[in-house]
Design a protein around this ligand. Structure first.
Ligand code: CMP
Length: 140
């Protein structure tokens, strides 16, 4: 087992419904430690950069519009195998397919408004963390 860090976003559907504390409770109960966290309003440029890998997808415009529609909470989570563990804790991208007890099953509204993002690889976690946090903002 390896201690890892992953990048998380609590999306605008979570902040709009005042659910950030409820989502954080699920994260912490799962054994992940929130070692950095801030509430921001993403600019269009930040969202386009963050989701650049999806820029050819038909939902890209909708995704950027949603992610800039209200505040988000960006986080760094730390724990054993944090990247895959957090993806398990979030559940499937589409809440209709998410397992019981997962963040998306509990809270997500749709595949677009799906409450949380988590990095999909160690390489992307490092890139995503660096987009939003400097080293001295992460306190493990
Ligand atoms: P996320 O983990 O943030 O990474 C890419 C996001 O694209 C994903 O979560 C979904 O919210 C979003 N997404 C994926 N498929 C669709 C879709 N068919 N329509 C709208 N958004 C989507």
């Amino acid at each position: 087992m390896a201690l890892q860090r992953t990048f998380s976003i609590l999306k605008p559907d979570a902040t709009a419904r005042n659910l950030t504390g409820a989502v954080n409770a699920v994260i912490e109960k799962a054994g992940l430690r929130i070692v950095a966290q801030k509430r921001i309003h993403m600019t269009t440029h930040q969202a386009q950069t963050f989701y650049a890998v999806h820029k050819e997808r038909p939902f890209f415009g909708e995704l950027v519009e949603f992610m800039t529609s209200g505040p988000v909470v960006v986080q760094v989570l730390e724990g054993e195998n944090a990247i895959t563990h957090y993806r398990d804790v979030m559940g499937a991208t589409n809440p209709a397919n998410a397992a019981e007890g997962t963040i998306r099953k509990l809270f997500a509204k749709s595949v677009g408004e799906n409450t949380a993002h988590g990095s999909d690889s160690a390489e992307n976690a490092a890139i995503e963390i660096a987009q939003f946090f400097s080293g001295n903002e992460i306190v493990g």
